[in-house]
Design a protein around this ligand. Structure first.
Ligand SMILES: NC(=O)c1ccc[n+]([C@@H]2O[C@H](COP(=O)([O-])OP(=O)(O)OC[C@H]3O[C@@H](n4cnc5c(N)ncnc54)[C@H](O)[C@@H]3O)[C@@H](O)[C@H]2O)c1
Length: 190
């Protein structure tokens, strides 16, 4: 995958996922956000609308810019819509069984070259990766709350993460204005 990521998928549009969608859409990337139900999908859209409305009200964004950002975002309840994504970041609840469910479904949806990232705060990336067909393409990409504002992101590697993937993911984070710090997979990370 090129550092100029063309399509990013985000799974779970709660506190973190909606913010991560905004980060990439602001960075000029097409984003596909996935939720479980139409109600939660609509809530995700409302979070994005409200967050960009606040930026317009503060004069940090004009209305045309807001429309461009929102126009890059597709929200869906169908994980199959993630097929074109070359990076997918999960921000589902902090439970290993849910993370496994999501990543094993992704194995059959995205291309073999797509990168799978977890926004987990405390689970082991190695344990999350173990539930997938290609564990070496699973990496941690840990944003802090509020994701559109805070610049630090942790890129969490396992013993089998290829250096090239670390460089690629760090480059992607930098390209959307973040400051990546690479850390080894362990409880609490950095
Ligand atoms: N909240 C924080 O401050 C914070 C900070 C950094 C990292 N994190 C991590 O980010 C992740 C998400 O946390 P959050 O606070 O955003 O949680 P949240 O509960 O606000 O959002 C989770 C969302 O995932 C959705 N979801 C659940 N299962 C799904 C599925 N199978 N497919 C699609 N969507 C699904 C839920 O409907 C919900 O909207 C967790 O791993 C958490 O540890 C949280």
């Amino acid at each position: 995958m090129a550092e100029e990521t063309t399509t990013v998928g985000v799974i779970g549009l709660g506190t973190m996922g909606a913010g991560i969608v905004e980060v990439f859409a602001r960075g000029g990337t097409s984003v596909i956000g996935v939720e479980t139900t139409q109600e939660f999908a609509d809530r995700g859209k409302a979070i994005l609308q409200a967050s960009t409305d606040r930026a317009v009200a503060k004069g940090k964004l004009d209305e045309q810019g807001q429309q461009e950002i929102l126009g890059r975002i597709t929200i869906t309840t169908d994980m199959q819509d993630l097929a074109p994504a070359d990076l997918v970041i999960e921000a589902v609840p902090e439970r290993l069984d849910i993370k496994h469910q999501v990543f094993s479904a992704l194995d059959d949806i995205v291309s073999d070259t797509a990168i799978l990232a977890s926004n987990t705060s405390s689970l082991s990336i190695t344990a999350i990766a173990a539930g997938t067909a290609q564990p070496e393409r699973v990496i941690g990409l840990h944003f802090f709350n509020p994701a559109p504002i805070l610049k630090l992101v942790e890129v969490i590697t396992t013993l089998t993460t290829p250096d090239e993937l670390v460089q690629q993911v760090s480059g992607i984070a930098t390209s959307v204005g973040k400051k990546p710090v690479v850390v080894r997979d362990r409880a609490g990370f950095a």
